[in-house]
Design a protein around this ligand. Structure first.
Ligand SMILES: [Zn+2]
Length: 152
């Protein structure tokens, strides 16, 4: 794999991981590392052999609301904790939301092929900086650092 492609994928993975981590840390009581796992989960399709074909190609079944619902239901079935299910939903949902805005889009109505997208460069430099800034803002908001000043 060429180095430019590897750097692109590293940036994409890091963005999905930090957004998932920040959302879980900011809006649930779950371990925020759950956000990293489920924030990255849809891209497991990059590991599938090409000969498997559709729907196991990149941005097919693992990038659908149907898959996300199955994962959330599965997380709840295994853990019996609504917090974990919420965390999984936030993280995987953030991945789908980000990717759905990109030029490749996602199949919102899978198994129908309905890839529509506004074609925003969500993995470009500007959007990456914006996503990281919002994530860091959420982490700062939920950080205990600021509360130390108010308690004296
Ligand atoms: Zn993806």
């Amino acid at each position: 794999m060429e180095s430019g492609r590897m750097l692109f994928l590293a940036r994409v993975f890091a963005t999905h991981a930090i957004v998932g981590y920040a959302l879980v840390r900011g809006f649930t009581d779950a371990d925020p590392r759950v956000g990293i796992v489920f924030g990255l989960l849809p891209d497991v399709d990059l590991c599938f052999p090409a000969e498997w074909g559709w729907p196991l190609v990149h941005r097919a079944v693992t990038h659908t609301p149907l898959f996300a619902l199955a994962i959330v239901a599965g997380a709840y079935a295994v853990t019996r904790e609504r917090t974990i299910a919420l965390a999984a939903g936030l993280a995987i949902g953030s991945h789908l939301a980000i990717d759905s805005l990109s030029p490749g889009g996602i199949d919102w109505l899978f198994p129908l092929e309905t890839t529509w997208s506004p074609g925003i460069a969500v993995h470009g430099l500007f959007a990456t900086v914006a996503l990281w800034a919002v994530s860091i803002g959420i982490l700062a908001w939920r950080s205990d650092v600021f509360s130390q000043f108010s308690t004296g």
